[in-house]
Design a protein around this ligand. Structure first.
Ligand SMILES: [Zn+2]
Ligand SMILES: [Zn+2]
Length: 138
C-alpha cells in the first residue's frame, strides 16, 4: 500500500518549500559536463514529477530561473543557492533529489551519460549505468 503522506522538499536555507501530490518517477543521475556545472557536483540527481501534482508551498518568490541553450532550465533559491528543480517551458520537470525531504521511494536511480563522466570519478560496482540516455525499455 502506498503512503498517503505527500512528498515534500525544500532548499538549504528553508525559504523555499514544495509538496508533491503524487510520485517521483524515473530517477536519473546524469554525469555529462553540462550537468556537472549546472548541479555543482560530479553528476545531477533528479526524478521526474507530473507538473499537475507539484506545488510550491512557501518562498517561490525567492526562486530564480536560468534557462540554458536547449530550453531546459534550472530553478534555484537566490538566498542559499540550492537548485530545486529543472524546468521546461515554464513547467517543473524534475526535482533534484538532494532537496527532497525524508526517504520517499524513488525506485532505482539510473546513472546516465557515464560515457562522459569526469575522469576522476570512479563508478561503484553494481549500479544501473548507461553510456548515454537509456533506450526505452532497455
Ligand atoms: Zn534557500
Ligand atoms: Zn547531463
Amino acid at each position: 500500500m502506498e503512503s498517503l503522506v505527500p512528498i515534500t522538499g525544500g532548499c538549504f536555507c528553508g525559504s523555499v518549500t514544495y509538496q508533491v501530490n503524487g510520485l517521483l518517477r524515473n530517477a536519473k543521475s546524469c554525469h555529462c559536463s553540462d550537468c556537472r556545472k549546472a548541479f555543482n557536483a560530479q553528476a545531477s540527481a533528479a526524478a521526474f514529477v507530473e507538473h499537475q501534482e507539484f506545488e510550491w508551498r512557501t518562498g517561490s518568490e525567492h526562486l530564480t530561473t536560468y534557462v540554458g541553450s536547449h530550453g531546459y532550465g534550472v530553478q534555484f533559491c537566490k538566498i542559499c543557492g540550492s537548485t530545486l528543480c529543472t524546468v521546461y517551458k515554464d513547467r517543473v520537470l524534475q526535482l533534484t533529489l538532494g532537496c527532497v525531504n525524508g526517504e520517499p521511494d524513488i525506485g532505482t536511480l539510473q546513472h546516465i551519460f557515464v560515457g562522459s563522466k569526469a575522469h576522476w570519478e570512479v563508478m561503484p560496482e553494481g549500479i544501473s549505468q548507461f553510456d548515454e540516455w537509456p533506450l526505452e525499455g532497455g
